[in-house]
Design a protein. Sequence first.
Length: 323
Amino acid sequence: MHDVAFIVYPGFELLDVSGPASVFNGANRALRQRGKSDFYKVGLASARGGGVESSSGVALETRPIADLRSAEARTVLVVGAEREHLLPAVADPALRAALPHLAGTAERFGSVCTGGFVLAALGLLDGCRVATHWDSCQPFAETFPRVTVDPDALYVIDGRLWTSAGVTTGIDMALAMIARDLDASIAGEVAKRLVLYARRPGYQSQFSPVLKAQVKGGSPFADLIGWMQSNLDASLDVPSLAVRAGLTERTFHRRFVAATGQTPARFVETARLDAARMLLSRGLSLKSVAAQVGLFPPARLAEAFERRFGIAPRLFRDMHPEL
């Protein structure tokens, strides 16, 4: 059995536990259907044990973290919460006493969402690259300058350290753990049974270009951006987009930058390259991908892709097959 210990505290985010826990349970179910024994055993620990209430009011029964032996915690994950609940957790003497040893002896350790703040406060993330909730990336980086925060990744694997971004990305990280521990097909079965749209790879951004643009400033170009996403193979230069928006080129450029924080050209390239990553992970040829995302011929796609991501698209496709 592979024991997974979730570390919780008053006010924790319930989905940070229930999402990944359901994934691990799903893996056991898939194994049983194949005539095999359960692999995962999920447990919860807190500073003093007993019932611990989440931010949603639902309480979970836990054991004292001091009673959690190293052999019973092969994977240790600290769950997240809002700032007002994180601060008491960071200062809790029982957590501060137990977590360094557990993290040091576990096969892997990490956090879901903002749980990384607790680990970072103990110096356990110094020199590491991590993911956290998009709204916490800047304060995390400012508070812990020795930690490198990846603001885009859904989850980050840095040696034994696994960290995920906001809330539901804990599910994506748990699926990746299953694929590594057991079999990619098991992870696929779990994702399908949980009716997930897709297994999202860690490199995928927390926000698509569309959502980023919609969040920033109310986005007066929401309809146009939606059309752009559906027509990446069309001519998306400033003159064409300005006509579609009913504005002069100069006015369109100025208002688009104000609304999205990016020039139209940069935004279009980002949208095309994000789409290219997803299509490449499905095993499509460079020629097909280049045509679909509007970066044809393939040499144009390869140049833009390598400039942005530092890796050739062919190699990326080989390294990130969709499972």
